[in-house]
Design a protein around this ligand. Structure first.
Ligand SMILES: NC(=O)c1ccc[n+]([C@@H]2O[C@H](COP(=O)([O-])OP(=O)(O)OC[C@H]3O[C@@H](n4cnc5c(N)ncnc54)[C@H](O)[C@@H]3O)[C@@H](O)[C@H]2O)c1
Ligand SMILES: N[C@H](CO)Cc1c[nH]c[nH+]1
Ligand SMILES: [Zn+2]
Length: 440
């Protein structure tokens, strides 16, 4: 892993990251071409890209209800039980995010409020290239179900056999997914956004994916809603000498193993401790089943930052704005107030990021590429829309008329002012144009 040693007074800077952020030119160019092609050629394009990138020819992308209902027989009982436990804890957490419509009425009768409505439909992208993600089904479909979305569509890449992992189908059944299509990548995002002969378009696309999927979501954003840029995984581990190097090392590897483009950061306070963690990584590498992806990620994207003190370490974290932040220090909770930018925060030695990936309850679909500076974890909020509601009584209009007309006239918007004036005339004289306006 690359290493930077900060001196006192020399804060961590964005340019130290050599991160392209949410921008990936290669992926953007590829995704734009794929999206355009799917818009033009529909299912035929889906079939060609699936054959090209996933190595399998799919004639019918739609997964039948029978296949979904029967998938459970091919799911190991302990896996099915674990998915049910995860679903229960994820649902409980997201139920707390539910928002109610609200209204308030002023004394003069002016009613204002916000009407909360679930989206009519959502397409959830479940990754399936370098690993299979039934957990991502739960993390995207459950908040949609809690929000009350009636049409929940899942797209996910087919395996080489052309089938989908039964655990993904079972997770879809548990979470209430209504349609499943075995197609992934940018082409699946395009199908959700614009529709094909087989797939009806949706209102919004959520879910994580690789650089091509993240780029495709950016390309279609605007024609369809998107949740965030949830691209290749990231973890930043802040650790001091109290942290067991072998645990810090395995937590870094747990995100590196997702993708060669995954970014893993160690923020620590001495070069000797950094050496100990790197040695622990080497030791674990002898046992990993995902050596090539993990090694690429750590070598190409990995970074160790040695800081002189805790404030500079926390400022480095806020510049990195990681998808996942682990604090392996005593009294980790006390540092929460210093953290401004992170997707999910894991406190203490007993909280490996994996608990958040699967069962703790908070969403694992998280902002990457520095977007945690402004974006939040996927939540029920992403699956509802709000409408403002305003109802004025005549008394309320009379009270606000002068302010409205004054600003409207200042802005040179004649009809804005007149729309209030006519009503006020009606109130005062029973006549739209009032006595003084009788010659109009
Ligand atoms: N940010 C989050 O919340 C979060 C959560 C889970 C996973 N992830 C990330 O999701 C990603 C999953 O990636 P994945 O690759 O395993 O699965 P994926 O489903 O995202 O991507 C696989 C698809 O990419 C397409 N593809 C592959 N090579 C391509 C190419 N050269 N050009 C165009 N399209 C191509 C194929 O159609 C394939 O189906 C990882 O980066 C992981 O870190 C992020
Ligand atoms: N760590 C991933 C988010 O970047 C989520 C995940 C799913 N499965 C395993 N991990
Ligand atoms: Zn993970």
């Amino acid at each position: 892993m690359r290493r930077i040693v900060l001196q006192a007074g020399n804060p961590f800077k964005t340019e130290y990251l050599n991160r392209t952020g949410a921008f990936n030119a290669e992926a953007l160019i590829a995704a734009t071409s794929i999206v355009e092609d799917v818009r033009e050629r529909g299912d035929a394009a889906l079939r060609e890209y699936t054959e090209k990138f996933d190595g399998v020819r799919i004639e019918d992308f739609r997964v039948s209800k029978q296949a979904i209902d029967e998938a459970i027989v091919d799911v190991a009982p302990e896996t099915a039980e674990a998915l049910r436990q995860a679903a229960s804890q994820i649902r409980d957490f997201h139920e707390r995010q539910r928002q109610q419509s609200w209204f308030t009425v002023r004394e003069d009768g002016a009613l204002v409020g916000s009407k909360v409505e679930p989206l009519e439909s959502v397409g959830i992208y479940v990754p399936g290239g370098r690993a299979l993600y039934p957990s991502s089904v739960l993390m995207n479909a459950l908040p949609a179900a809690v929000a009350g979305v009636k049409r929940i569509v899942c797209v996910t890449p087919p395996t080489k056999s052309g089938k989908l992992d039964p655990a993904i189908l079972e997770a879809c059944r548990i979470a209430g997914v209504t349609e499943i299509y075995s197609v992934g990548g940018a082409q699946a995002v395009a199908a959700l956004a614009y529709g094909t002969e087989t797939i009806e378009p949706v209102c919004k696309i959520t879910g994580p994916g690789n650089a091509f999927v993240a780029a495709a979501k950016k390309v279609v954003s605007g024609d369809v809603g998107i949740d965030m840029i949830a691209g290749p995984s990231e973890v930043c581990v802040v650790a001091d000498e109290t942290a067991e190097p072998a645990l810090v090392a395995i937590d870094l590897m747990a995100q590196a193993e997702h993708d060669p483009l995954a970014s893993c950061y160690l923020v620590t306070f001495s070069e000797s401790y950094a050496d100990a963690v790197e040695a622990a990584v080497e030791k674990h590498m002898a046992s990993t089943t995902r050596a090539e992806i993990t090694a690429s990620s750590l070598a190409d994207q990995g970074l160790i930052v040695v800081c002189p003190d805790i404030p500079s370490a926390m400022e480095a974290v806020n510049v990195i704005a990681p998808e996942h932040l682990e604090i392996h220090m005593d009294h980790a909770f006390d540092l929460l107030g210093m953290i401004r930018n992170a997707g999910a925060i894991f406190l203490g030695a007993w909280t490996p990021e994996a608990v958040g990936d699967y069962v703790a309850g908070p969403n694992h679909t998280l902002p990457t590429g520095g977007t945690a500076r402004y974006a939040s974890p996927l939540s029920v909020d992403e699956f509802v829309k709000k409408s403002s509601v305003i109802q004025y009584s005549s008394a309320a209009l009379a009270n606000d008329a002068s302010a409205v007309m004054t600003i409207a006239r200042h802005e040179g918007l004649w009809a804005h002012a007149k729309s209030v004036e006519l009503r006020c005339n009606l109130l005062k004289t029973g006549n739209l144009y009032g006595i003084e306006d009788s010659d109009e």
